[in-house]
Write a protein that binds this ligand. Sequence first.
Ligand code: PRP
Ligand code: HPA
Length: 170
Amino acid sequence: MDFKQYVADVPDFPEEGILFRDITPLMSNGPAFHAAIDEIVAFAREKEVDVVVGPEARGFIVGCPVAYELDKGFVPARKKGKLPREIESIDYGLEYGHSTLQIHKDAIKPGDKVLIVDDLLATGGTIEACVSLVKQLGGDVVGAAFIIELDEFAARDKIADTEIFSLMHY
Ligand code: PRP
Ligand code: HPA
C-alpha cells in the first residue's frame, strides 16, 4: 500500500520552519489504518513482546491497537501530573520544545520484554525518554516501531542498541 498518500504535509506548523507530517488522514481511513497497524504487528511478532509502551498522546493511538492485536498489555507513558500512583519520571527535548514523561513504577516488571510504539520519530527525544524509563524499571526494550521516521534527525544513532521499524521515511 502507498501509505504516503494518507499523510498531509503542513508547512509552518506548529511554528515557522517546521514541515509537519500529519497522519490523521491515515488514521481516519479504516483500511489504511488497519494495514499500517498490521505492519507494526508483523515487526512485533518477530520479537518476544510482553508489553507495549506508548507515549502520550499519539503513541496511544498507534500503540493500543498493536497491543490489542498481540494480545499483550498496553502501558501509557504520560505527560507530567496525569498518573495517580508512584511514578518514574524523565525530562526530555523535542523538535519544538521540551516535555516530561512519566510511567507507573509497577507497570513494567524487571525482565519484561518491551516494545515501544509511537506515531513519529523526529529528534528521538521521546523514544530516548521511553527507553530510559523502561530501563529504570528493569525492563528490556526489544524494539521500537513508528508510522513515520524523519531521517534528517538521525535519531537512530541516539538509540543504536534498539531495533527500529518505521513504516515510512521522510
Ligand atoms: C510528537 C510525536 C512523537 C514525538 C516525536 O509528540 O507524537 O511522540 O513528538 O518527536 P521526537 O522524536 O523529537 O521526540 P508530542 O510530544 O508533540 O505530543 P503529542 O503526541 O501529544 O502531540
Ligand atoms: N509531524 C508530526 N509530528 C511531529 C513532527 C512532524 O513533523 N515533528 C515532531 N513531531
